[in-house]
Structure formats: C-alpha cells, structure tokens
Design a protein around this ligand. Structure first.
Ligand code: PLP
Length: 380
C-alpha cells in the first residue's frame, strides 16, 4: 500500500485549483489569439483578460484600471521599489523580493531606512510607533508586508499606511501571503500599491498583479506595446491571467469556510504537538493576527533541517523558513529580525496548511512527529 503524501508547505506554493486549470485550458488550445489583434481571434482572449481584471479588482475592492498584471510577486515588488522616488522605509523582515530590490536602489544612492518588527512575546509585527520612530526626512515610499512568509504574522496595514500618508509618503504592501487567504480591501488598508502572486492562492505560477492606486505615478516597468496601459508592455499571459482570476474569485467566495477549517486544523495540530513536545516554542501571533493554517514552531535541541528531511522520508512536506532559503542553514533574516536565539532559530520549522488538508493529514503529521520522538531522533 502506498503511503499517503501530506503537503503542508502552502506558504511556498499551493496546488493549482481544478477550476482554475479548466478555465485556463481553452486559452492554451483553441483560443490562442493575441488579445491585441484586430481580427476575431482576439475577441475571446481580450474579453477574458478584461473580465479577469474586473474579477480581481472586485476581490480586493479596487477599480479594474488599478490592476496591472505581472509575472508574479517578485516582479510586482521590484516594480514598486525601483519605479518609485525618494527615500524608502522598509521593514527588515520583508521577502527578499523587496529587500534585495531596496538594496539595489541603495547601491544607486537612494536612502533606505529599515524598521524592525516588535520582538519578544507577541512579537513579529511592525507597529506604527516603530515606524514613526524610524522616520527620516525625504521618505517617499514605505513598504511593509501584509503578512510575513516565515512566521505568518499579519500587520496592522491601515494604521501604518495612515501614518505614511500623514507624513507625505506613498505606501506599498507585499500581500503575496495574504491575498486569497484573508480579506483584502485596498480602500480599508489605505495602500497605494499592493503586490500579489497567483501560485500562493491556488492559481498558476509565473503570474501575479500589482494594484496601483489611480492617480499615483509609478515609472513604467517594461517599455514596448500598449499592454497594461503602456506601463508594463508585453503580450498578456492570457491563460494564466484567467487561471489567477478564477482561483482568487473562488478562494474569496470560500474564505470564511476555509478560515474556519484551517483554524480548526491549526488548533488540532498545536494540541497534538504540545502533547508530544511540551517544550515546543511557537513564533508569530499565536492565534491573533496570524495567517490561517500557519504554524512556525521550534523544537529546541533538534535541527530543523534534520526534522524536515525525516518528515520528507515519511511523505510529509514542511519547510524551514522561506522556500528560497531552505537550502541555507544560516539563520534566516526574519528569525534574526524577531530576535530569536540561535538554538530556537535553527530548530524552527514552518507548517503551512491549505484548504485541501484534512484532519487525517494533521493527525498524520502528529503521528510522524511522535514516531520520530519515539525513535529518539527528537529530544524528549
Ligand atoms: N513576497 C512574499 C511575501 C513571498 O512569500 C514570495 C514568495 O515566496 C514573494 C514575494 C515572491 O513571489 P513570486 O514567487 O510570485 O515571485
């Protein structure tokens, strides 16, 4: 009998939703026309792109003309960081798509200030007081992520954007981990720019979008044709755009149900872990302002890497911090930013559940951890 595989690494990427695949297929087959063509082959692809833009706009409470398609979260982040002006204030635990883009701008002489998240118990958040304290003259852009990709904490974006606006700066949020998982409303959040990536919400890889508030200027990313209002040229990735919109719409419709399901699973998982490892240390919000299904947990005394490989051998996929960092054994910049000890950092794994996970999956993870402890591969 083959063992059941358990995927619990949804912060790295999510499975493509069957409905999204179905919606994409016609545009990879018979409806292959270029949406910009004048002849009739353009009609359906052009309508589909237009409809997808409107669907996505509705999901985040924006206008369709404020949604710009990109190749994913990295591109959206780079576009804002490199296309904006003035000094920049960014949080020190952003994804590298923001941090490295900002470092590249610093190399060109732009002033960058880093703001650290709150540390200690209940830490992992960027608070408005911290932002105010770090403020410097000349800041033109603030970039603070909606939810952190390693510890799952959700920031009070409306408070942070309000402060930035009062001081005359624009506000960007990398919402890659949040879109499709928690309610996102660009009006309530008060953001000028918001980045998203489809593969994090059961859409295809290599597609995302950037919300740019009407009237806010951003340098064009790619020069060429008139696609994306002339500021991000290139023939549209029609199938992926359609897949992204379908996945986002369905995830938004199912959001309450998904959140309730994931909260249930998370409670059960934490309960199971606590029974086996009473000394386990949780990072992040501990249930408040935390992404649903997101657990960052440390097992002091063992290495996260070893644990990950042992779970992998049992068919269970989890992660040690950000996916792009998972081949690195050095402490991640996020865990450094929240000031955890080296022992805790090197023994932290990220378990991120998705809507398709079941109670049996959670019990399977707990059972595997129990077996590993039983074999003395984990401290008692
Ligand atoms: N921002 C955050 C918070 C992420 O978690 C990721 C991916 O892990 C990205 C940006 C990059 O997105 P993409 O993979 O679409 O380039």
């Amino acid at each position: 009998m083959s063992k059941k595989l358990i995927y619990a690494d949804h912060a790295a990427t999510t499975p493509l939703m069957p409905e999204a695949l179905e919606a994409m297929l016609p545009f990879m087959k018979e409806e292959f026309g270029n949406p910009s063509s004048i002849h009739s082959w353009a009609r359906k692809p052009c309508e589909a792109v237009c409809e997808a833009r409107a669907t996505i706009a509705r999901c985040v409470n924006a206008d369709p003309e404020e949604i710009f398609f990109t190749s994913g979260g990295t591109e959206a982040d780079n576009w804002v960081i490199k296309g904006s002006e003035g000094g920049m204030l960014v949080s020190s635990y952003e994804h590298h798509a923001v941090l490295n883009a900002a470092a590249s701008e610093a190399g060109c002489g732009r002033d960058i200030v880093y703001v650290r998240p709150k540390v200690g118990s209940g830490g992992g958040y960027i608070m408005p007081e911290k932002l105010a304290k770090a403020w410097r003259d000349g800041v033109g852009l603030v970039s603070i992520m909606t939810a952190n990709n390693e510890i799952g904490t959700v920031n009070p974006i409306h408070l942070l954007s309000d402060l930035a606006h009062k001081r005359g700066a624009f506000f960007h949020t990398d919402a890659v981990q949040a879109v499709g998982h928690i309610p996102i409303d660009v009006q309530e959040m008060g953001v000028d720019f918001l980045s998203a990536s489809a593969h994090k919400f059961n859409g295809p890889k290599g597609i995302g979008f950037l919300f740019i508030r009407k009237g806010v200027k951003l340098e064009p990313l790619l020069n060429g044709g008139q696609q994306e209002n002339g500021i991000r040229a290139g023939t549209e990735n029609v199938a992926s755009i359609v897949g992204m919109a379908t996945a986002l719409k369905i995830n938004c419709e199912r959001m309450d149900e998904n959140i309730a399901h994931l909260e249930n699973l998370t409670l059960r998982l934490r309960d199971g872990i606590n029974r086996i490892f009473p000394y386990a240390v949780y990072l992040g919000g501990g249930g408040t302002a935390q992404l649903p299904g997101f657990i960052s947990v440390s097992f002091p005394g063992c290495t996260a890497e070893g644990l990950l490989h042992m779970l992998d051998l049992k068919g269970i996929a989890v992660s040690t911090g950000a996916a792009c960092d998972s081949k690195n054994t050095k402490i991640s910049h996020v865990l450094k930013a929240v000031n955890v000890t080296k022992d805790i950092a090197l023994s932290t794994i990220r378990i991120t559940l998705g809507a398709e996970n079941t109670i049996e999956d959670v019990d399977g993870i707990v059972f595997a951890l129990k077996l590993l402890r039983g074999k003395a591969k984990l401290p008692r």
